[in-house]
Design a protein around this ligand. Structure first.
Ligand SMILES: NC(=O)c1ccc[n+]([C@@H]2O[C@H](COP(=O)([O-])OP(=O)(O)OC[C@H]3O[C@@H](n4cnc5c(N)ncnc54)[C@H](OP(=O)(O)O)[C@@H]3O)[C@@H](O)[C@H]2O)c1
Length: 240
């Protein structure tokens, strides 16, 4: 490991909460400056206040909005590192999952994530240098009850991530996929279905913390120039 991210700029999507927010803290802790984005401006402003405006710059907006995604890609075009992390989840049995929820998960987790990531990969390729880190999930390789649509979106995102690596590595861009199991964040707050609540209640392991996942982000970002951690899977102990 080269040790420090001093002098590096990282774009972090989904920085207003959970894993993204913890990753901002960890990247700053390793010496990076961060361009933080998410829809909730107040949360992003709090990050800027916490770390200082020289260290964390924020730009609030919805990644599903193509106009905002273009503006963001332009404003953050010099980023050396991108953590593509924004995502949503609604767990429910398939028969009780609305098409609107299905569409929303595919739109945010696959299409919006891919669009901004591709734009950043193109900027990095033009400079022949950069590192894309994509937050998928253990759900990218498993399909489980109550989470089928989410699993499908993460399978698609993982395929796109591997495709980005295949096509962009010759242009000097590294691509890493981080695939955590359950992490203790608010992402499941949008899943009130009784079957989901019951499944969460009988779970026999402790979820990972966002800071534990953020350590993997920094590990990947600090890898030597000729070394690409392609896939990092993280599971809470006892969950496999
Ligand atoms: N928690 C887990 O168990 C777990 C496990 C494996 C992988 N993951 C993945 O890790 C990533 C982060 O999840 P988390 O658990 O940290 O969730 P979280 O606490 O709910 O945070 C999600 C982040 O995504 C942002 N976001 C969502 N939709 C957006 C949109 N349309 N435009 C811009 N930003 C948007 C949210 O910001 P705003 O609300 O401010 O827009 C928020 O900052 C997700 O991709 C998730 O699938 C989570």
């Amino acid at each position: 490991m080269s040790g420090t991210l001093s002098g590096r700029l990282a774009l972090v999507t989904g920085a207003s909460a959970g894993i993204g927010r913890a990753s901002v803290d960890a990247l700053v802790g390793a010496g990076a400056r961060v361009f933080a984005t998410g829809r909730r401006k107040a949360e992003l402003d709090a990050l800027t206040r916490q770390h200082g405006s020289q260290t964390v710059r924020a730009m609030a907006g919805d990644l599903n909005d193509g106009g905002f995604a273009s503006e963001l890609a332009d404003a953050a075009r010099d980023a050396d590192i991108m953590l593509s992390n924004a995502g949503i989840l609604t767990y429910a049995p398939l028969a009780d999952t609305t098409f609107e929820d299905t569409e929303a998960m595919f739109r945010t987790n696959v299409l919006a994530s891919y669009r901004i990531t591709l734009e950043m990969a193109k900027s990095m390729a033009a400079r022949r240098r950069g590192h894309i880190i994509v937050m998928t999930s253990i759900a990218a390789r498993e399909v489980y009850r109550l989470g089928v649509i989410y699993c499908a979106t993460k399978h698609a995102l993982s395929a796109l991530t591997r495709g980005l690596r295949i096509e962009f590595q010759e242009h000097g861009v590294k691509v890493t996929e981080i695939a955590p199991g359950m992490v203790d964040t608010d992402i499941r707050a949008n899943s009130p279905h009784p079957s989901v609540q019951q499944a969460l209640k009988v779970r026999k392991f402790t979820a990972l913390t966002p800071a534990e996942v953020a350590e993997a982000v920094v590990f990947a970002a600090q890898s030597e120039a000729n070394c690409c951690p392609d896939l990092i899977e993280l599971r809470p102990r006892g969950s496999a």
